[in-house]
Design a protein around this ligand. Structure first.
Ligand code: PLP
Length: 372
């Protein structure tokens, strides 16, 4: 109402109404709050439980003294590698400060206030704050009870004012991927004047588990698309903040670039990213280890009488008989940091990030006690 006193008229309404910026329980935040993190197994934030490749560490060390200089604004060396691997032109590749910057950029470039956005839920909690910053007409499409994305629901939610549709595969927190049939349905079913944005943060795990090649199908789509990747998961570089987007055409890539800051990817992240991409043996090592760890957790949870979602990622979610958040607290007291699903209606679900074999065993033992 116009006559209501607004003490901060200079702040956009969407941002006044948006929830406070989330402060995830990172290692640093736990330490700041007085916990001895050397005694806590970090299995809550879907980080990689292994350090980055030794070649990545060396690349950063070799370039430490160059951080007085600005980084390349558009990461051309990295684009060359990705372009060669994907067949996507360099001009259609955009780099971001983590993939989250690019997902937010996709909303920024496509939506004016009041226009429509379709999002499957539950999904990565970051979408809540990304979406809240815009005055969007958001259609949240509930996933199916088995955790799969409701592809028909997504297509049915599109209306004449819809500008962007998100598809997250493999999805977080279910760990499930969209199969080839579902992908084709969405990729060809989203109208040609609507932007389709695919979030492939867990791409490497999905491919390793035998999942479909999303890009191959996207390339056959007539309408616009963006697909987004990160170095935070399989490349073990969450702290470096680097990700990239492949776009269907140069105009779209340029629009996405305009949503980002000039020097958005730090210099060390660029050197680290290049070394990570080239060290394919280390990526194989991580993917193999994570697949084994995921299986260990999945079977362990079943052994405790639980019914986990069959994940293809570096985390496993399961319903429990009690409250998820309470379980997170209990487990932290036992030295294991796990997570609970954030969405209303899913209070009985927990999510465990795959750790080393020893982490996983300790987590399962603590969970057994906590459940009892
Ligand atoms: C599905 C999904 N997308 C995107 C992100 C953001 O990743 P980052 O910004 O670290 O690249 C995450 C992080 O957990 C995620 O789970």
């Amino acid at each position: 109402m116009d006559n209501v006193y607004n003490p901060t008229p200079y702040i956009r309404k969407a941002l006044q109404d948006a929830p406070k910026k989330v402060d995830p329980p990172t290692n640093g935040a736990l330490r700041y709050n007085g916990l001895d993190t050397s005694k806590i197994r970090a299995m809550g934030l879907n980080e990689c439980c292994y350090p980055p490749s030794p070649k990545v560490i060396k690349a950063m060390q070799d370039n430490l003294s160059s951080v007085n200089l600005y980084p390349d604004a558009q990461c051309p060396r990295l684009s060359d590698i990705i372009s060669e691997r994907t067949g996507v032109d360099n001009n259609c590749i955009v780099w971001g400060n983590g993939s989250e910057e690019l997902l937010k950029g996709a909303i920024d470039l496509s939506l004016s206030p009041g226009q429509g956005l379709v999002l499957p839920v539950p999904t990565f909690w970051g979408y809540k704050s990304m979406v809240a910053a815009f005055e969007a007409d958001v259609s949240e499409i509930e996933n199916l009870p088995d955790g799969h994305v409701d592809t028909d629901g997504i297509l049915n939610a599109i209306h004449k004012n819809t500008k962007i549709v998100f598809l997250i595969t493999p999805n977080n927190p279910s760990g499930r991927l969209v199969d080839e049939v579902g992908l084709k349905k969405v990729i060809h079913g989203v109208p040609e004047d609507v932007l389709l944005c695919v979030d492939e943060a867990y791409y490497d795990f999905g491919i390793h588990a035998g999942g479909p090649d999303v890009l191959k199908i996207l390339k056959t789509r007539k309408g616009p698309w963006i697909t987004v990747f990160t170095f935070s998961k399989a490349y073990a570089m969450a702290g470096m903040r680097i990700g990239y987007a492949l776009c269907s055409d140069e105009n779209l890539a340029q629009a996405l670039q305009k949503t980002t800051c000039v020097f958005n990817v730090p210099l060390l992240a660029q050197y680290a990213g290049e070394a990570a991409l080239l060290d394919t043996d280390y990526l194989d090592f991580i993917l193999t280890q994570i697949a084994a760890g995921r299986n260990q957790i999945f079977e362990g949870l079943r052994g405790l009488g639980l019914d986990p979602f069959p994940s293809v990622t570096n985390f496993v979610s399961t319903p429990i008989s009690g409250n998820g958040r309470e379980m997170v607290k209990l487990m932290l007291e036992k030295g294991i940091q796990i997570n609970a699903w954030a969405d209303a209606g899913y209070e009985n679900l927990i999510r465990i990030t795959v750790g080393t074999e020893e982490d996983n065993s300790a987590c399962l033992a603590a969970l057994k006690e906590a459940l009892a």
